[in-house]
Design a protein around this ligand. Structure first.
Ligand code: GLN
Length: 309
């Protein structure tokens, strides 16, 4: 199997794809992104890297950052975190508020907005706001082995200016006692984490610890325990695409986390860390062509976790 050829073929197929979905338009910096962009990076367990299309171009990773924030928060407070966040798929939109009422302010999982806002609040139990963001940046840079990763202040500001629904989620959880800081302060951290800018190559590099049983393959050091890596992968598979998580498991069959910037991080445990980016989204807010590209990759490689080894 010539993986470089497979990745190049998929990128070429995506370049001509007629149905590209619609880029997010709730903030100007995302609405301004060229919908014809497509990038893909596959990094194998031995470090071999296969890039295609716009794999080196930075984009707003948005909710993909929820994976890194969760990893950091679990490192800070351990499994205590699960007292404040659930582990069940929501079956609802990423920014849904409805389940918070019947579930007493406990979000269904850490990968919907409400859950990620609590995770940010948990980080604030350990760090000052600036420090929390510094830690997150340090974590992602160390995981990727790249210092060039940054937070796009423009995007963070635009999120802040329009984030009324997130403010509602945060305030509502605060009313239940499941937010321990001023909602504006917690959201300041959350919006900045969403504004992390990375390329597909950097994102795939940063995800390697999840493909490698918790170990950063470059340093040989544990980022998280093997058990924790396995559990994060399980949550990505069941909750990483909101109300499209079942569909993503059905079509791709890999743990994956999407963001409204059009990026997806997907993990083939023991095999590869994969990042795709195409700004057009499907009706569930997940990258339209990113999903198609991953579907084709697993069809051609047999990497789905449901495929016999
Ligand atoms: N910044 C976005 C929001 O909070 C992130 C959502 C996403 O990527 N799905 O609405």
């Amino acid at each position: 199997m010539d993986l470089s050829a497979i990745v190049a073929d998929i990128a070429a197929e995506m370049a001509d794809a007629p149905d590209r979905g619609r880029p997010a338009d709730y903030i100007p910096p995302l609405a301004a992104v060229d919908p014809n962009r497509f990038g893909m990076a596959v990094i194998e367990a031995d470090g071999t890297c296969h890039l295609a299309g716009d794999a080196e171009e930075s984009f707003s990773i948005q909710s993909v950052s929820k994976v890194f924030a969760l990893t950091l928060a679990l490192g800070a407070v351990g499994d205590q975190l699960w007292k404040r966040v659930g582990r069940e798929p929501s079956g609802s939109a990423f920014n849904s508020i409805v389940q918070l009422e019947s579930e007493h302010g406990i979000p269904r999982n850490p990968f919907i907005n409400a859950g990620a806002i609590v995770v940010a609040d948990i980080l604030l139990g350990r760090y000052e706001p600036r420090e929390a963001l510094g830690e997150l940046l340090r974590f992602v840079r160390a995981a990727a082995g790249e210092d060039g990763i940054f937070i796009d202040e423009n995007v963070a500001k635009a999120e802040q200016d329009t984030g009324f629904r997130n403010l509602a989620l945060a305030s509502y959880m605060r009313a239940f006692g499941n937010l321990h800081h001023d909602p504006h302060v917690t959201l300041g951290v959350y919006f900045h984490q969403c504004a992390l800018a990375m390329s597909c190559r950097q994102l795939a590099l940063a995800g390697r610890y999840l493909a490698a049983g918790g170990v950063n393959p470059t340093t040989g050091r544990n980022v998280v325990s093997a058990q924790r890596a396995r559990r994060i992968n399980a949550l990505m598979l069941t909750c990483g695409h909101y109300d499209g998580s079942g569909e993503f498991a059905f079509r791709v069959g890999l743990p994956g986390k999407s963001g409204v910037g059009g990026g997806i991080l997907a993990i083939a445990p023991g095999i590869a860390s994969i990042a795709v980016w195409s700004p057009g989204l499907n009706e569930r807010g997940n990258s339209q062509l990113g999903t198609v590209a991953l579907e084709r990759l697993v069809q051609r490689t047999g990497w789905s976790v449901f495929e016999p080894r």
